[in-house]
Design a protein around this ligand. Structure first.
Ligand code: GDP
Ligand code: IMO
Ligand code: MG
Length: 426
């Protein structure tokens, strides 16, 4: 946590997303001055429960529920202002004062209606099971140097030229997909002319603002979206999202030096989930999958899709510890395992008779592996009221100790319920 030396902390998902990053960021944000998102966009769904009220944040950083915290959306995010404002309006309705403390990077790329259209009409997106939020197509335009940035909204002629270019490209894709739908320049410009003044009111040089804040000793939390195994470089490619979800993305996605980052905390569930297609080595059979899905309420916060569930995979998390340089782990949803008679922990993969503990890059290899498990006695007791590690049943502590040893990272937090106070700090 923040102390005199630790001023910049990155929080990343260390599995396939939905690990409980929103909850952890909300808890740590109590001591933060800034919370900054650095990649992804409205594909994220970060849930924060306070009392009986639950808020799902897609683009607004999960520090917003703490009144004094400034929240920023970095240049690495692909920003969808339409849904951003829906989210902000809902927060205001819920009594959250957002004014003067939400900023968006002037360099962030904008998700256009045609990006969402292409995402929804593409068979490749369907095969991956994307969220349909236009994330991949927007990052494609960014990398192809035909994207539209927040700062372009200040220049109507430039904006029109960029939208024309983007629309032409989107329509070529729609023709290639044999879709009957077409994007329209005028529709896009209409949508954006309505949104531009409000968005420009939030526009800021976020890299500079965060740099200055760090220089004056502010505590800054960098909130990752998705999970390490969905990273476009380090994840289960091509079943990934289109950004660098891992800790390195925090530097490029905000515009600060990697040397400015002091710590990186990885959030993991006490088991594993994944939404969408792609490998999940420890996936349960149908009956067990249904049981844990119900216990953990495992339905996507963005799309409502049922999440696929499996045992904790120490190969995956050890890999995430390495690629992010995790200094600590936060284990969430331990309580979901409270009623299970026995609990599996994957320690390695058997590939053609050999056991490997390094996560393979080739999906074809992953398809042929057999997970190796260690089995733990279930504790069969509620952990929901535990506020100290000593209050956890001995079997639960044994399970957590074994995770620490296997993944080679200390556990700093254990979460035992959805609410803010249901957390053990170690
Ligand atoms: P994120 O995308 O990583 O922020 O995670 P999501 O919000 O998509 O999914 C995590 C879900 O688990 C949310 O509904 C949280 O409220 C819930 N959650 C977080 N921590 C715990 C916990 O310790 N126990 C239980 N039962 N639920 C939790
Ligand atoms: P948070 O931040 C879980 C998954 C999608 C799909 C793949 C690509 O809440 O953890 P995309 O729309 O990004 O092109 O879809 O990535 N995915 C997520 N899965 N949690 C998320 O975000 C996700 N964001 C994207 O299901 O498989
Ligand atoms: Mg989520």
């Amino acid at each position: 946590m923040f102390d005199a030396k630790t001023r910049a902390i990155v929080v990343v998902g260390a599995q396939w997303g939905d690990e409980g990053k929103g909850k952890l960021v909300d808890v740590i944000a109590e001591r933060a001055d800034w919370v900054v998102r650095y990649q992804g966009g409205a594909n994220a769904g970060h849930t924060v429960h306070i009392g009986d009220h639950s808020t799902v944040l897609h683009q607004v950083p999960s520090g917003i529920l703490h009144p004094g915290v400034r929240c920023a959306i970095g240049n690495g995010v692909v920003l969808d202002p339409e849904t951003l404002f829906e989210e902000v309006d809902q927060l205001v309705k819920d009594g959250v004062d957002v004014s003067g403390r939400l900023y968006v990077s002037d360099r962030a790329h904008l998700v256009m209606p045609y990006h969402k259209l292409v995402d929804k009409e593409s068979s490749a997106s369907k095969a991956i099971g994307t969220t349909g939020r236009g994330i991949g197509p927007c990052y494609e335009d960014k990398i192809a140097r035909r994207g539209v940035r927040v700062l372009d909204l200040k220049h109507p002629a430039r904006l029109r030229a960029l939208v024309e270019k983007g629309t032409e490209h989107a329509n070529q894709l729609l023709v290639a997909f044999s879709s009957s739908k077409r994007a329209s320049v005028e529709h896009t410009l209409e949508v954006y002319s309505a949104l531009a003044p409000r968005l420009l009111g939030l526009s800021e040089d976020v890299g500079l603002a965060v740099h200055r804040a760090l220089k004056t000793g502010a505590a800054v939390l960098f909130e990752g979206a998705q999970g390490s195994l969905l990273d476009v470089d380090h994840g289960t490619y091509p079943f990934v999202t289109s950004s660098n979800t891992t800790a390195g993305g925090a530097a490029t996605g905000v515009g600060i030096s990697p040397r400015a980052l002091d710590e990186c905390i990885g959030v993991v569930k006490a088991y594993t989930t994944r939404v969408g297609s792609g490998p999940l080595p420890t996936e349960f059979d149908e009956a067990m999958g249904e049981r844990v899905r119900t216990l953990g309420n495992e339905y996507g916060a963005t799309t409502g899709r049922p999440r696929r569930c499996g045992w904790f995979d120490a190969v995956v998390v050890r890999y995430a510890v390495r690629v992010n340089g995790l200094s600590a782990l936060a284990v969430t949803k331990l309580d979901v395992l409270d009623t299970l008679e026995k609990i599996g922990l994957c320690t390695g993969y058997e590939i053609e008779g050999e056991v490997v503990t390094e996560f393979p890059g080739d999906l074809a290899e992953l398809e042929n592996i057999k997970p190796r498990y260690e089995w733990f006695e279930g504790w069969m007791k509620s952990t929901a009221d535990a506020r100290k590690i000593e209050a956890l049943p001995a079997q639960a502590r044994e399970y957590l100790d074994r995770i620490e040893a296997l993944v080679e990272s200390p556990i700093r937090y254990v979460s035992v319920g959805t609410r803010r106070e249901q957390i053990i700090g170690l």
